[in-house]
Design a protein around this ligand. Structure first.
Ligand code: PMP
Length: 382
């Protein structure tokens, strides 16, 4: 019997109530019930974004909110700093370039996280930059960036800090208000345990001021329109109402657990996964790994692409492989969203088994034991 397990950094598994909610008859998105649903979802999102600012939603994948952030905040010819430490930092740069925004790239070796001092130097040398674009967890490498330190640099200047938390929202800490982050974007199919199709953005007051000056072309992803209508429990265009019903269930889980506890749970299972990988004898790829996922560098003799394919086809276990220059070289195990200790045990024990099958010299159970030790330590602290 084949049973499937999903350990990718999006889409992520969906709680059963959310799946069942989507099986209910569809409703009219202008009904009173839909208005209540939209208002409730937008209120609960504030808790997850750790902000008092309103959150807006768009019907798109996460990239739609990234595109919208550039189009709504900037003007033609504006200069911005972009941290490029993987595929998704590169995406920020590509979007800016598509809109005619001048970028100053801060290139970081894949797997590393940006040193805030480098951003500080660039800000000092380029006092006219309008925004810094950064990524909380660079999903292509598993690296976590120190957004709190970057916010310290931008908070006292007119430069906006715009953060892609597409994968890490709800898994890695991002205190939008406390840290002074100006814009946070995310989406439904990762920490928010909902199928792909919804994107979110939260803007603080000075970011909203920037939207008033922005002269870049925009229509579908007009943040001011989405925000205004969202406050009324409405939307400018037909929303993915089915996904909103699922999102409400998923958000109920997070709000009941409490976002601080949600992040602690992710921290515990991330440490367990990292310790397990080390006990297996393999190196972590990211120098500063995120709670969202663990990237593992494979030995040269293991073909990462074939390994990922074999795990899925033979064992029903879906890990993510490497992207771009990391294709075939790393395996990414996500522990994100609807995940707990038992899921990590499944992910690690299957990983050990698969490694043994491709001829890696492994002491079976070493990784699982290391993970169990972490769980015991965390439960003693509770
Ligand atoms: N940014 C990050 C950090 C991501 O992980 C992803 C998706 N993997 C994206 C942006 C793009 O999101 P989407 O595929 O939903 O457009």
């Amino acid at each position: 019997m084949k049973k499937s397990y999903l350990f990718t950094p999006g889409p992520t598994p969906i709680p059963p109530e959310a799946l069942l909610a989507m099986a209910q008859p569809i409703d009219y998105h202008r009904s009173e019930d839909a208005v209540a649903l939209i208002k409730d979802v937008l209120e609960k999102l504030k808790h997850v974004f750790q902000t008092e600012n309103n959150v807006l939603f768009l019907t798109s994948s996460g990239t739609g909110a990234m595109d919208g952030a550039v189009a709504n905040l900037l003007c033609q010819g504006d200069k911005v700093l972009v941290v490029r430490s993987g595929k998704f930092g590169e995406r920020w740069a590509e979007i800016c370039e598509a809109y005619g925004v001048e970028i100053i790239p801060i290139d970081v070796k894949w797997g590393d996280s940006v040193a805030p001092e480098i951003v500080e130097t660039q800000l000092t040398e380029n006092p006219d930059v309008k925004a810094v674009f950064a990524t909380l967890c660079e999903t292509s490498t598993g690296a976590l960036h120190d957004i709190k330190a970057l916010a310290r640099l931008t908070q006292s200047s007119p430069t906006l800090l715009v953060v892609d938390a597409v994968s890490a929202l709800g898994a890695d800490d991002l205190q939008m208000d406390n840290w002074g982050v100006d814009v946070v974007v995310s989406c439904s199919q990762k920490g928010l345990m909902t199928p792909p199709g919804l994107a979110f953005a939260a803007l603080n007051e000075r970011a909203w001021e920037a939207t008033e000056r922005s002269n870049l072309s925009k229509y579908y992803f007009d943040f001011r329109k989405a925000h205004q209508r969202g406050l009324e429990g409405s939307v400018p265009y037909t929303p993915a109402i089915t996904l909103l019903t699922a999102l409400q269930c998923a958000l109920n889980h997070i709000c009941t657990e409490g976002i601080r506890n949600t992040i602690s749970r992710h921290n515990c299972i991330a440490i367990a996964t990292r310790n397990a990988v080390k006990a297996i004898g393999l190196p972590l790829f990211a120098s500063s790994p995120a709670n969202t996922l663990t990237s593992i560098r494979l030995p040269e003799e293991i073909d990462g692409k074939a390994f990922v394919k074999m795990m899925r086809e033979k064992h029903g276990i879906t890990y993510a492989g490497g992207q771009g220059e990391l294709s075939g070289k790393i395996v990414r195990i996500a522990h994100l969203g609807w995940m707990n200790e038992s899921d990590v045990i499944v992910a690690i024990s299957a990983f050990e088994r698969g490694l043994a099958e491709v001829g890696y010299d492994i002491s079976l159970g070493a990784g699982v034991a290391a993970a169990q030790e972490v769980f015991a330590k965390f439960s003693n602290q509770e």
